[in-house]
Every structure is written in C-alpha cells, then in structure tokens.
Write a protein that binds this ligand. Structure first.
Ligand code: ATP
Length: 507
C-alpha cells in the first residue's frame, strides 16, 4: 500500500518541496509555494518538456504570451460564456461544492459535463445533503471559473479583464504572426508553458486541483484537407496504450491494451490523436514513470468542452483513483474561426501546394498540468525502504533536484574539508550540488536519499593521495572510485542514462 495524497503533501512540506501558500497567515485554499527542492524539480520537468516538445522537433515552435490579455480573447474563445462548473451551495452553512464531483462521489457515476438541471434531479432523487451540516443545497447553478481583475486606474466595467484560465488562446490569436515569422508549414505546432488560473469551487487533493497552476500546452495545426495523415505515427505503431473508449465505458468494460496500429485500424481514434497520446505517455515513461499506471480514456459526449469534437485524457492511477493528467482535444477550426470572427482579422494559412487559403484544424491539443506531472513523478519515485530505514526518492536522474552531495569524511579535518570544498565548487558549476558536513556519512546518505540526491561523493584520506573520491549510487547503494578530474564526465553520463556500474570499478 503506497502513501496517500495527504501523506505526500506532508512529505513535500517536510522536505522543502511544496508549502501551503502563505501559511503564517493561515494559508489560502488552492494556492501553493514551492520550496528549494520543489522549484528545482518543477523547473526540470518544464525544461525536459520543452526539450522534447520544442527544441528537439522541427515542427513545433514556442511562445510566451501574457497572463492578462484583451478580454475579447475570452469572448471569442467562449470562456466568458461557458467556462463554468456547476456549483452547489448549502442553504444553511454556505459550504460550496462542485456538483458533478459530489454526485460522482455519492452515486459512483460519471457526472462531469451534466447540466445544472440534470444534476439537480440527481441530487433531489438521491437525497444528497451537505456533508458538513446535513442541510439541503440551494438549486445548482453555473459558476464561471475565470478570475477577473481591473486593468488601469479606473475600475469600471470597461477595465475588467481576466487572468488566463488556460495558456491556449494566445497561440491562436498569434497564429499568423508565429507562422509567418518562423516560416512554419502545416502540419506544425505552437507550444507554451506558463501559469493558468481557475477559481475552482472546491480545490482539493493537494496539487492536483489548485487555483493557480502551470500548463505545458501545444496547439497542433494541420491542413483540413489532409487531416488524417500523421507522418510520425509509424514510430509508435507497436507502442501500446491502455484504451477506454466511449462505447467501452457505456458497456462498463475494462480498459484494454492495444497497439497504436490496431487502435487506428479499428478507427477508435484518428492517427494524430493516437500519435499524441503515445508521444505523451512515452515522455512520462522516458522520465521513469511506470507505464502500467497510465490509461487513455475518451470523453463521453456530455463531458466534452464546447470547442471539442473528440477528447481523450491521458489518465494516471493516483492514490485517490484514476484521474486526468492531460487532456488531448480535437478542437477542429473552432478557435481560429472564432478569433477571425471576433477580431475581424485574417488568420488563414496560404497553402502553396493547392494555392488556396485554408483555416487549419487543431487535430490535437496536448494540454498537461505541471503540478499533476509533479505528483506523478513524486508518487512514482517515493519508496519506503525498510531495509535502509529511510525513504528513498528514486527520481529519474534528469529530474533529481540535487545531482551530487559532496561530503568530507570528517568535518573537523581541515585538509578533507578543503579538498571537499574544491570538488564541490568545481562540480556546482555544471550540476545542482549540495555540500553536507553534519552527522555521520550514513546519516548524510539517508538525508540525501530522502530528497532524491543521485550521488553521494565522499572525500576521504585516500583522496588526498590518489585524487579520487568514492561515489555512492542512491538506488543501489553501490559504490565506485572515480578520479576527481573525471567526476563531471561521470555525473553527466549517469544523467544521460548510463548504468552506474559501467562508470567505474565497484568497491
Ligand atoms: P478537470 O476535469 O480535472 O477539472 P480539465 O479537463 O478542466 O481538468 P483542462 O482544461 O483539459 O482540464 O486542462 C488541461 C490540464 O491542465 C489538465 O489535464 C491538468 O493537468 C491541468 N489542470 C487543469 N485544471 C487544473 C487545476 N485546477 N489544478 C491543477 N492542474 C490543472
């Protein structure tokens, strides 16, 4: 039995990963602050995502749009009118909850996307009451989740704008500029990483549902006349996904493992959709996540957002159940058409082949939360090692917030301390390092295991003679002897994926 989400939040606070926001003032629900280790892990997740989704691809370029934008963007996108969840407010104590979540919890049915009317019927029929005071709820109503603010000195209606609830929209509004500046040809994507804000009715499950979070998103545009051709899908043809389609859910079937080529042949999803789901799952797998804990679930008709023609979620088996980690929607030409309509500007694409202007389709919009990814990597890494008597946080080498902790064997021997500082000062120019002198070496190993430090590097009396150090591997506790001049190279090789044992003679 693994740890719960509450245990994880306690662990994250204790070790300096994540704190409740402004805790000295009693905190604020749905907001969190990242501590010294958390910020390193979060930055590494974003850097790895950017590397594989932008830097290493020819067909995707990035932007960094502003958080507050002309409010017409949100009128065009439909968020002002329909970015809502259904809220239930207790008639007596005022407790507010998200109606679909409460119904799902109580009746064990899928309720996301149901109308306030339908949810009201279910609540009445099943006599669902406020969990806090057992009173009845008022009639459910739609609640818009966008945070609003006023821009400039006057605070009248005209100065109202919103904190973006997703990063997506500026990738549409800037589509033409980006396409022309970067000379992109369809199919191509625009990527963005940044903050998003949602006034969630009831934030919960630690980082899983917060009010301020970050997204890593791509809008992937294709020529509408060549919508189904995905030139990259071959690479994944044998790759397996654990599939739960809409018909399978209606028939209450279990998810089924299928190779990408079978999924496409059976027309369960379009090739682009299968490609992006496989690409995204593989990204997690490449950073050490357990493939068995993922599945891909199709949205039911009621559940789909207003813009989507088809949506599949990449879900992860969290300790509190299967939950959405990433949504991948087919948005068609909804957004570009809306921005053309509302702005009056031409955002079409000139196809040189057919000499025609087209409105590109977004066949897939991989949209991933940084916080939910953070949780996946933390749950995956957390291991209570009874034999060692401490937690070992087996984060992937690329994600480990500290790569090397440098220890002088004895902290009261000047010559050892001097040498250890030299090693540390040199290594920290290349990698995140720590310098630790307190307690026994065993205690220092344990302390570093708990925060996921990849390597312990001990400077002993022999180091003064042979210019070598002992490197200790976090996961296996094996040790090798390495020349100080080779250290940077050895650490680099380990981060790139070489086996610890192959990097030096075991001692
Ligand atoms: P949910 O159904 O869980 O509310 P959603 O379908 O509204 O999520 P999307 O609009 O598809 O979410 O957003 C894309 C991604 O952004 C999600 O898959 C998730 O990883 C992340 N995300 C969305 N809302 C939150 C939130 N409140 N807290 C943390 N991450 C979030």
């Amino acid at each position: 039995m693994g740890i719960t989400i509450d245990d994880m939040s306690v662990f994250c606070k204790r070790k300096g990963f994540v704190y409740p926001n402004s805790e000295v003032y009693g905190g604020m629900s749905g907001f969190f602050d990242y501590g010294p280790l958390g910020v390193e892990l979060k930055n590494s997740i974003k850097a790895e995502w950017w590397k594989t989704h932008v830097t290493q691809r020819d067909d995707i370029v990035g932007i960094d749009g502003s958080i507050i934008t002309n409010p017409k963007v949100w009128v065009a996108s439909g968020h002002v009118e329909s970015f809502t969840d259904v809220m239930l407010k207790c008639s007596k104590c005022g407790n507010s909850v998200r109606a679909d979540h409460l119904v799902e919890e109580k009746l064990k049915i899928h309720a996301e996307g149901l109308s306030p009317q339908k949810l009201h019927e279910l609540i009445e029929k099943n006599k669902i009451k406020c969990e806090k005071c057992k009173s009845e709820f008022d009639k459910p109503k739609n609640f818009n989740m966008m945070f609003s603010t006023t821009v400039g000195p006057s605070s009248d209606e005209k100065s109202v704008s919103y904190l973006r609830p997703e990063t997506a929209q500026l990738m549409f509004a800037n589509f033409k500029l980006v396409q022309e500046n970067a000379r992109m040809k369809l199919p191509f994507g625009i990527a963005q990483v940044g903050k998003a804000f949602r006034n969630e009715i009831s934030p919960r499950d630690f980082l899983f549902r917060c009010r301020e979070f970050e997204q890593m998103e791509i809008e992937y545009f294709v020529n509408p006349e060549k919508g189904e051709d995905c030139p990259y899908v071959e690479e994944f043809s044998a790759y397996e996904l654990n599939v739960l389609s809409e018909p399978m859910q209606e028939k209450k079937e279990k998810p089924k493992k299928m190779a990408v080529n079978e999924i496409i042949a059976k027309k369960i999803m379009l090739p682009w959709h299968a490609y992006w789901l496989a690409f995204e799952q593989k990204w997690f797998e490449g950073l050490g996540a357990d493939k068995e804990k993922f599945r891909v679930r199709q949205h039911m008709k009621d559940e789909r957002s207003h813009y989507a023609t088809d949506t599949w979620d990449l879900e992860y088996s969290f300790p509190f159940g299967w939950k959405e980690l990433q949504g991948i929607s087919n948005r068609g030409d909804f957004d570009l058409k809306q921005h053309i309509k509302v702005s009056g500007k031409d955002l079409s694409y000139y196809d040189e082949g057919s000499k025609k202007k087209v409105i590109p389709n977004v066949v897939a919009e991989p949209s991933l939360g940084v916080e939910r990814s953070f949780l996946v990597f933390m749950f995956n890494a957390y291991e209570d090692d009874k034999k060692r008597g401490n937690i070992v946080l087996k984060l992937h080498p690329k994600l480990a917030p500290v790569k090397v902790a440098v220890f002088p064997l004895l902290s009261n021997k000047d010559e050892l301390v001097k040498k250890a500082r030299e090693v540390y000062d040199s290594l920290k120019k290349c990698y995140q390092c720590a310098y630790d002198t307190s307690g026994s070496i065993g205690r220092r190993y344990a302390r570093n295991d708990e925060i996921g430090t990849l390597l312990g590097c001990t400077i002993d009396f022999d180091s003064l003679k042979d210019e070598s150090v002992t490197l200790r591997d976090r996961d296996s506790t094996k040790q090798i002897r390495v020349k100080i001049e080779d250290l940077k190279c050895v650490v680099g090789k380990l981060i790139k994926g070489e086996k610890f044992e192959s990097l030096g003679k075991l001692i």
